[in-house]
Design a protein around this ligand. Structure first.
Ligand code: TXA
Ligand code: MG
Length: 331
């Protein structure tokens, strides 16, 4: 099968492949996911194999609505219910105590399962037609940049999966925000497409898990906290938004920046993801720009940080992880 032939727009066909236990990448509003029937252990194992993902990193389970999500968990605490009501379908994953019907492979042996109702018409049609919960991590090789177009998925996983359902570019462009309800108080495990301010507006202040780059212990409660993640293949260096970015002497440098920031001459490529007054557009362009710089034959990427509020927090989180290139990759 040629790699391009795995691209399809036929949702019913894709749903049939999922039902048969095959691997189908599909669009969501955040990033493309690599989906398989969450109740089929062999299919779920295929996801880990295709991504080269370590088995300790659990998968998010996608459902078409809150009622279906509630079927998978032992309890739905009131604060979690409030978030689901306000933000689903949307870029929010809730980690809740799982029922035994969810296999330990999906949750990597953890007692909680991450569940999400995506806000994308193609994803919702796929979930309804497949009529099973769909386990799906981001559809990229483990540790690499998340895909925001069907072509990105083909580029990264083309020979290893059965189909890519093409639903155009993702509108949010950053993975979902992950909030755990496995402890006494809600805990934010990953910044993402739903800003923390909006969550706190709904349920009050919550704790935020911190990851220590020198020590990946945080990864044990949330493997998405792995210090090096979302990484391009070349080094990435961060600059304050107020700093005039200049190329490194003697190196082919690319710049990932915003409209307002200043930069010197000599960059081989410059990508602005948009204005800081419109962080939604910045987020939607972010991974595609990072990917394009990564494949431009450069020695290093210099990146301006984003303002530390709203979606800027998740964008800075991804930049910081991408900049930890000198640490060993896990998996
Ligand atoms: O937007 C998204 O979340 C995308 C789309 C496809 O839905 N998915 C995604 O999946 O980003 P992934 O596997 O790349 O990242 C999911 C992260 C995991 O690494 C882990 O940190 C956290 O979510 N997670 C998932 N299930 C969990 C669980 N049972 N307990 C704790 N953390 C969990
Ligand atoms: Mg991922």
């Amino acid at each position: 099968m040629s790699v391009s032939s795995i691209l399809t727009k036929d949702v019913s066909f894709a749903a049939e492949l999922i039902r048969q236990g095959l691997l189908v990448a599909f669009p969501t509003e955040t990033v493309y996911g690599l989906g398989a029937d969450a109740t089929n252990s062999a299919a779920v194992a295929g996801i880990f194999e295709a991504k080269r993902r370590p088995a300790f990193d659990p998968l998010i389970v996608h459902l078409p609505n809150s009622a279906a999500a509630a079927q998978l968990v032992l309890e739905f605490p009131p604060a979690a219910g409030l978030l689901a009501e306000r933000f689903w379908p949307g870029p929010l994953t809730l980690v809740l105590p799982k029922k035994p019907l969810i296999s330990d492979l999906v949750t990597a042996g953890l007692p909680g399962v991450g569940i999400r109702v995506p806000c994308h018409p193609v994803a919702l049609r796929l979930l309804n037609e497949a009529a099973c919960p769909i386990a799906a991590p981001s559809a990229n090789p483990f540790g690499k940049i998340s895909p925001t177009t069907a072509q990105h998925v083909v580029d990264g996983l083309g020979g290893r999966i059965d189909a890519v359902l093409d639903g155009g570019p993702c509108s949010v462009g950053l993975e979902s925000t992950v909030v755990s309800f496995m402890h006494d108080a809600p805990l934010l495990l990953r910044h993402g497409g739903l800003p923390l301010e909006m969550i706190e507006d709904a349920i009050g202040p919550i704790h935020v898990a911190t990851s220590n780059p020198a020590n990946d212990d945080a990864a044990q409660s949330s493997p998405g906290m792995l210090s090096r993640h979302y990484a391009p293949g070349i080094p990435l260096r961060l600059r304050a938004i107020t700093e005039n970015a200049v190329p490194c002497h003697g190196l082919r440098c690319g710049l990932l920046t915003v409209d307002e920031a200043r930069c010197g001459d000599g960059f081989v490529r410059v990508h602005s993801v948009g204005s800081t007054s419109d962080l939604r557009t910045c987020a939607a362009n972010f991974f595609a720009s990072l990917r394009s710089l990564d494949s431009a034959g450069l020695d290093v990427i210099i990146a301006h940080r984003f303002p530390d509020h709203g979606l800027g927090v998740a964008l800075n989180d991804r930049l910081e992880r991408a900049s930890r290139n000198d640490l060993p990759t896990i998996g």
